[in-house]
Design a binder for this molecule. Structure first.
Ligand SMILES: [Zn+2]
Length: 188
């Protein structure tokens, strides 16, 4: 197993592993020198996960680091969902991607997705015809529940990358990069 894969398991999946496997994982991390932060993260996740206050602290941190998309500093990052529909006659693709970024990036991404959907969504039969208004309505609904949605997305980011975030706790840039990676790979 390569270091990347081991790190990924340590950062993402520890809560689901059996205790014996967690021990092996910890030994491997130590043996390969992958870092104290990752090790501490594994221990916390194996122990039932971080306390609520710690999660809140992480969420705050995600809001305050440089924007993961444009690098702007001192803007309040939030979690958004970028929805778009694109059709080409019989083929319709629909996507709803979570992102954590600054207000400017959020506005730009949402506007781009909206324009794309309005221009390109309809031309699919029959899925596009039905998906496009649904997506536009969902985008509208998102705008009415911005804050709750943002908190939910930030929380998901913290839980998914807890180990990595903890390992990079001292570095704003490091945390921003982890979030950027999650923006680009929401399913990983
Ligand atoms: Zn930005």
């Amino acid at each position: 197993m390569d270091d990347d894969k081991l790190e990924r398991i340590a950062a993402n999946d520890t809560a689901e592993l059996m205790p014996e496997v967690v021990e092996v994982l910890k030994e491997e991390i130590e043996r390969r020198g992958l870092g104290e932060g990752l090790l501490a993260g594994v221990e916390t996740m194996a122990d039932g996960g971080p306390a609520e206050e710690e999660v809140e602290l992480f969420v705050k941190r995600l809001k305050s680091v440089p924007c993961p998309e444009c690098g702007a500093k001192g803007k309040d990052n939030s979690g958004i969902i970028v929805r778009s529909v694109m059709s080409f006659i019989l083929l319709t693709t629909y996507s709803a991607q979570p992102k954590v970024c600054c207000p400017d990036c959020a506005k730009r991404k949402k506007l781009n997705a909206l324009i794309k959907t309005v221009l390109l969504g309809w031309w699919g039969i029959p899925v596009g015809l039905f998906r496009t208004p649904l997506s536009l309505w969902q985008t509208y609904r998102d705008s009415k529940q911005k804050e709750g949605q943002s908190e939910g997305i930030l929380l998901t980011y913290v839980m998914k990358d807890y180990g990595y975030l903890r390992a990079e706790w001292g570095s704003d840039e490091g945390i921003s990069q982890i979030v950027r990676h999650r923006n680009d790979n929401p399913e990983a």
